[in-house]
Design a protein around this ligand. Structure first.
Ligand SMILES: CC(=O)N[C@H]1[C@@H](OP(=O)(O)OP(=O)(O)OC[C@H]2O[C@@H](n3ccc(=O)[nH]c3=O)[C@H](O)[C@@H]2O)O[C@H](CO)[C@@H](O)[C@@H]1O
Ligand SMILES: C=C(OP(=O)(O)O)C(=O)O
Length: 417
């Protein structure tokens, strides 16, 4: 199993390009299921999650063609097997995103429950309830969500909590439904907006994406288009934290601070100088950061996907910080591993109190989930001596060429196979 070896203590410097967003690409690639015409996507990140999704789509009868560079064309004209088997779904929760498009296009779907994961139980009851409200017969049997309906009907949907993939699944399903669907309490994440933009380019009638009420007027069919995936705001935020913690100076291209206000504000509170350009962000960090408290919440508030990275940052900052996680019930797994590096963290329920220490010390640690792994990388970059991070397959799910990008910024990072 691959490991990452990091020799800490080098300030990051230089420029790297940010990849397309995993969390936008996953739903947007699933949108290709909604049409018989080929859809071409650019800025598609080369990630294990994306490769898993391609395998899943291919076994349904979708033709997947990798073009030059970051371009991919999906042709779902031969879609004949609306099934997502457990073996392909178990490593990636986002595979539930095929459910809405399959029911809408084929009138039936059999999708394995994605299962619990390290950060929480993550049920999909809201996805199911939404489809039922649109007239589908949906049952969970033998670990599979089984859905059928001659044609979905537009409905007024209200989710119990803000759910990102829930909003995306229901929005995709509603595109081919009979009549108007209104999703209230919708997620406002930029990835939802990117998906809506792609669907509109495919002929869907959607308004309100980016607000908490999305209206979709169903159409008979969608058509092909070309869509560029938005930049990955979480990858961007992760490299900003890595630069910040090492006292570095870095420019990130192909991205924008407009998706990252809450994160940039916290970095400025920590003492960093962050400058926004049209399609780039520059950060210059002080020798030592100030600690920053935060509370995660749905967009536009501070993202849960950046909580672990900020915990790492607070481990070596001046002062104490309080971190409250309000989205997932088990998203502090990185704290124990950070403690192995010498961090002073106390956890009480969904709150972590971090007292900054002068220095962390390299050790062997274990990655437990995607962003937890990123926090260990950040801590390793600033720890004295060598840090070995095991189980980095989590990182490969969501960070394109992380080791190469860090090396390009001057970090000492080696992958051991
Ligand atoms: C592929 C993707 O885009 N993943 C992101 C997406 O995950 P994902 O869409 O899975 O997260 P949700 O927004 O759905 O989850 C929010 C909360 O609602 C709960 N919930 C959700 C749906 C449901 O049917 N029932 C239910 O109880 C979840 O357990 C969680 O506690 O948004 C999360 C929150 O910003 C991010 O951390 C993930 O990176
Ligand atoms: C939790 C995440 O992803 P997923 O929903 O794909 O597990 C993430 O991107 O941090």
């Amino acid at each position: 199993m691959d490991k990452l070896l990091i020799a800490g203590g080098r300030p990051l410097a230089g420029e790297i390009a940010i990849s397309g967003a995993k969390n936008a690409a996953l739903p947007i690639l699933c949108a290709a299921l909604l049409t018989r015409e080929p859809v071409t996507f650019t800025n598609v990140p080369r990630l294990n999650d994306i490769a898993t999704l391609f395998k899943l789509l291919a076994q349904m009868g979708v033709k997947v063609e990798r073009g030059a560079g970051d371009e991919v064309t999906l042709d779902a004209s031969g879609l004949d097997n609306p099934l997502a088997p457990y073996e392909m779904v178990k490593t990636m929760r986002a595979s539930i995103l095929v459910l809405g498009p399959l029911v809408a296009r084929c009138g039936e779907a059999r999708v394995s429950l994605p299962g619990g994961c390290a950060i929480g139980a993550r049920p999909v009851d809201q996805h199911i309830r939404g489809l039922q409200a649109m007239g589908a017969d949906v049952r969970v049997e033998h670990g599979y969500v089984q859905a059928s309906v001659p044609r979905l009907k537009g409905a007024r949907l209200f989710t119990d909590m803000v759910t990102v993939t829930g909003t995306e699944n229901l929005m995709m399903a509603a595109c081919l439904a009979d009549g108007e669907t209104v999703i209230e309490n919708a997620a406002r994440e930029p990835e939802v907006v990117d998906l809506a933009n792609c669907l509109v380019a495919m002929g869907a009638q959607i308004s309100g994406a980016g607000s908490d009420v999305i209206r979709i007027r169903g159409v008979e069919r969608l058509h092909g288009t070309t869509h560029r995936i938005m930049p990955d705001r979480i990858e961007t935020g992760t490299y900003l934290c890595a630069a910040a913690v090492t006292g570095g100076e870095v420019r990130l291209t192909g991205t924008s601070s407009c998706y990252l206000d809450a994160v940039v504000d916290k970095l400025m509170d920590a003492g960093c100088d962050v400058t926004s350009e049209r399609e780039a962000i520059r950060i210059k960090a002080p020798a030592r950061l100030n600690s920053v408290s935060l509370r995660t919440a749905p967009y536009p508030a501070f993202p849960t996907d950046m909580q672990a990275q900020f915990m790492a940052l607070n481990c070596v900052a001046q002062g104490a910080a309080m971190i409250r996680e309000t989205i997932f019930e088990n998203r502090f797994m990185h704290a124990v591993e950070l403690q192995r590096l010498g961090a002073d963290i106390r956890i009480d329920g969904n709150t972590a109190v971090v007292h900054g220490v002068e220095r962390l010390q390299g050790a062997t640690v274990m990655a437990t989930d995607l962003r937890a792994s990123a926090s260990l990388v950040i801590a390793g970059l600033v720890a004295e001596g060598e840090t070995t991070i095991e189980r980095i397959y989590h990182l490969d799910r969501g960070y394109e060429r992380l080791d190469d990008k860090l090396a390009a910024l001057g970090a000492s990072v080696r992958r051991l196979s």
